[in-house]
Unconditional design. Structure first.
Length: 124
């Protein structure tokens, strides 16, 4: 086989092989994942309002899901305006109670949303 034919074969075969590997890995991840549901709490604040908090609902029979590829809780904090937000360590046990808290609003209006993904598949 000529060098040009070898190069052409390599250019067409390799992308197909890479696509096959990517699809196989994706299928394995889908099989390993569990069904999740998401719960959230949110609030708005005006400028200068003191700190606020809210409790994320905890569905019965569920546990907090782990973020993919991590052992950490699968959570998201979305904010608008100038404020700092986090999950409150003193009021969160990750088993029955999850509380999000934010500092004083430093802009005209602030908002926050705390979201948590739960794994509600039957526990073994």
């Amino acid at each position: 086989m000529s060098r040009a034919h070898s190069l052409m074969l390599l250019l067409f075969v390799m992308p197909g092989f890479q696509l096959f590997l990517a699809e196989t890995a994706s299928a394995q991840l889908m099989q390993e994942s569990t069904a999740t549901t998401e719960q959230s709490c949110s609030f708005g604040m005006g400028k200068g309002e003191p700190s606020h908090s809210c409790a994320v609902p905890f569905p019965p029979g569920c546990r907090v899901a782990q973020a993919p590829g991590s052992s950490k809780p699968w959570t998201t904090i979305s904010t608008g305006g100038r404020l700092l937000c986090r999950f409150d360590d003193k009021h969160t046990d990750w088993k029955t109670t999850i509380t999000g808290a934010c500092t004083r609003c430093q802009s005209g209006h602030c908002s926050a949303q705390f979201s948590v993904r739960y794994d509600c598949s039957p526990q073994q």
